[in-house]
Design a protein around this ligand. Sequence first.
Ligand SMILES: Cc1cc2nc3c(=O)[nH]c(=O)nc-3n(C[C@H](O)[C@H](O)[C@H](O)COP(=O)(O)OP(=O)(O)OC[C@H]3O[C@@H](n4cnc5c(N)ncnc54)[C@H](O)[C@@H]3O)c2cc1C
Length: 458
Amino acid sequence: MRVSVVLLTSDLRLHDHPPLCAALETADAVVPLFVMDRAVEAAGFAVPNRRAFLADCLADLDAALRQRGGRLVMRSGDLVEEVCRTVAQANADEVHMSAGYSLFAARREDRLRRALEAVGRRLFVHDTVTVAVPPGTVTPASSDHFAVFTPYYRRWAQHPLRPLAAAPRRIRVPNHVGGEPLPARSDVTGVSPGLPAGGETEGRKRVATYWRRGLDAYEDTRDDLAADSTSRLSCHLHFGTLSPVELLHRARRRGGPGADAFVRQLAWRDFHHQVLAARPEAAHADYRTRNDHWRTEHTARADIEAWRQGRTGYPVIDAAMRQLRYEGWMPNRARLLTASFLTKTLYVDWRIGAAHFLHWLVDGDVADNQLNWQWVAGTGTDTRPNRVLNPVAQAKRYDPDGGYVRRWVPELAGLAAPALHEPWKLPAPDRAALDYPDPVIALPDGLDRFRRARDRDH
Ligand SMILES: Cc1cc2nc3c(=O)[nH]c(=O)nc-3n(C[C@H](O)[C@H](O)[C@H](O)COP(=O)(O)OP(=O)(O)OC[C@H]3O[C@@H](n4cnc5c(N)ncnc54)[C@H](O)[C@@H]3O)c2cc1C
């Protein structure tokens, strides 16, 4: 009997899964394997929100495999050792997995390939599983990656998508290959109370609902903070419970301004992945240095803590930071505002903000998080690196009725817009009646400091 192992990583689904399809084409039986990788824990990446979501994903995948006659095999420890042990137990010939694009993923793949080759087994890595257009597929004439989104997008949009891979109907897993019990969401502590449920079934339901009720209006409503009208599919894309290729096929088939704008956002995802693949150090170091001398944990401790706790005195910033803790998620407009506030108004190192986001975000992703932070901080790919978002003007524009602030900052729930966006301007007795902090800094002071800092070394 010919057996293949399918190593699952950020692709926890059965629909449109090229590694699984490739394994099933050549093998009589497959071992769908997930390894709870010790190195991910050691890197501090296994935070409560993502561990809880992952537990849902694994349970859902196991159930889907069982419906098809198989099951998920889970192990924990060193990923390379566990894959090799599984290969030996199953007497498998091949291992199939999807490509990852961080330095961590590249090193892991390299170690695994060498370990498998040493025992005469082959590793097949499939590259259109977690992204639609893999890094290196479209490149400018003079570089290994695009550093600016618009020209990237033009080329990306012309690149043909591979056809979809059908979900398997039957899967045979060899009986003698055992695993460990799956983790349970209920065992994870410190999880955000409003964290969504994970798993492919949930992801597919969410797509169906969004396609019915949200997508067509996406272009007009996506920045409306109170409307909560974006897809909220980022967590499913991060864990691979949804396929970006499938979403793109479906959005293109649908057409229209909403679907087109959605496609463009998915291109941003691929864009950041191709930057990270070409410049892995951009996860930690400035992609384009502006010679910043950022404020740090030591020099800006109180400001950073106020930002983290949602107590900066700027209602829209505080609303967003509290949503992050409560749901493990924030809409893109809120991420832009809070990141601009930290890096520009407070002039704090973008890495401090990125680490806080990575701690809470259920979709927390090295490529998307670090490179978006760099984009906002002006050390990344933004062609206007010194722009500063004014949180009051932005709040009036994107939360005109104040519904978003009232939802997350109950201290201000009795106020009407636009006054609730500037509570420090209320008449003294009304202001005194609020249990809400004064602004950590006046906006003109923040702007001055930032401009001086950026001009200093230029
Ligand atoms: C400072 C900052 C940090 C971020 N960190 C992350 C992160 O860790 N993980 C993450 O997935 N996204 C991140 N984003 C991008 C974006 O904010 C989220 O993808 C989006 O808010 C998720 O909500 P949604 O699924 O409703 O998005 P929608 O608006 O419905 O967009 C559809 C999909 O397009 C992709 N997308 C949208 N905007 C972007 C973008 N700017 N960059 C990359 N992909 C995008 C996402 O996969 C998203 O699910 C960050 C943005 C900023 C400004």
